[in-house]
Design a protein around this ligand. Sequence first.
Ligand code: BES
Ligand code: MN
Ligand code: ZN
Length: 490
Amino acid sequence: MLSIDWTSQDPATAALQTLVVVLASPDCATIVERLFGAPTAQAAVAGRFTGRTGEQFRFAREREGSLQTVVLLGLGTDAPTPSRWRSLAYEALRAAQVGSQQLVLDLRQVAGLAPAPPQLGNLLAQGLELATYRYDRYIAEARRKPSTVQRVTVVSEHAAASEGFARGQTIAHAVAQARDLVNGPANEVTPTYLAEFAAAVVARLKDVADVTLKVLEREDCEKLGMGCYLGVAQCGPQPLKFIHLRYTPKGEAKGRVCLVGKGVTFDSGGLSLKPSDAMMGMKMDMGGAAAVLCALEGAAQLAVPWEVHAIVAATENMIGGNAYKLGDVLTASNGKTVEIDNTDAEGRLTLADALVYAGKLQPTYTLDFATLTGACIVALGPHIAGVMSRDDELCTQWLAASERAGEDAWRLPLPEALKEQLKSPIADMRNTGERWGGAVTAGLFLSEFTEGQRWVHVDIAGPAMVRKPFGVNDEGGSGYAVATILEFLR
Ligand code: BES
Ligand code: MN
Ligand code: ZN
């Protein structure tokens, strides 16, 4: 972790220091001239630096006997969103990262645009920490390039808000853990691995918070009649693990929140086998599980006032002689029967039994997170999660939290009329609808297993895995939803 501090004075120049000065257009050149003199201002203008979002102008100067790298970084004039403050900090750290030990982040020129100190500190700390994230455990030690920055000093007139930093660092740590799980290859991150990860969460929090773990094995799930989940998992070869983590706050809880995560550690498509290109990357099909397990750890560290449950019906979706088949009829733990017309619509089957299990805990709210449909990526693109709910109030609360956390989300409807598509001639329903509207028919399918619950479904198929870097994300797992969950549980 970085050491982050805050000062209102110009810190002393030191060797291996990068000073990042954040500026917003339009009168950038005047400010640069006042801070660094006319020649630098001229050079910045020639270098087309105008303070717009993401623009950088870099130079070096000798000062107090040291060579200091200076980077002018554009914030942009528009009222910056929480997500912009986070990525600004990320860009600043990345600008310093090659070679510097200390980043001095000077915000004095944009102080008027910043949110209140604890929120600002939180967002900055997240962006800074996430800029140091790398998934390099499978790269030879000699070839790894860890961040060189150890210390960050934020300069602003309103010295305050160190609690914002701590919160942001805790959130970033939880996000990084989720990224590790998503980036981990499916031959490492199996259902057993996820269960062991959950056990490690309990061990880490032993002296910090009341966190307990229950892992159901196949026989336990049979006793509970989880036929849909068992159908997906019956091929194995990795043994299934139904993971239930629980955090209980000190004092009276505001209520009980069940977080259900899709935990398909590899999705081959099953007998409805995916083509090779589509199968590539399907180690990420446990992004929902990663989010809920890591968010629970973060929630315990932040001592949120809610009782929180993280529930994951973990399994692979594989092919083999024992695999579930097209036309099979599975019976879920709420008694509903499902005819399988595509074994690649496996996530909703695992979630069905997990959601019924959650319902038995009589939660105040149930939220599920799932890399559920390619159709959701078609609808909203790769950055935005699809949010579905019958509960307007809860849905609005979720969307507001995602806005504050800087994770993009958009509501999709649950059109009753499309339930028609899920009809089966021989069972209560089938597991897929028609081609169009695949994200919402998946949501409608889940709604059959959340009756009476205040429930939100978040399809994270797009943002869970990043192909082109954006914001605070490099290529790979993003840890999407962790930050919003922690904001929601505040
Ligand atoms: N895990 C996939 C969804 C997915 C696709 C996530 C691409 C991330 C990127 C899911 O299990 C799946 O295969 N869904 C099918 C549903 C269809 C068979 C109704 C899909 O989206 O094609
Ligand atoms: Mn699938
Ligand atoms: Zn899947």
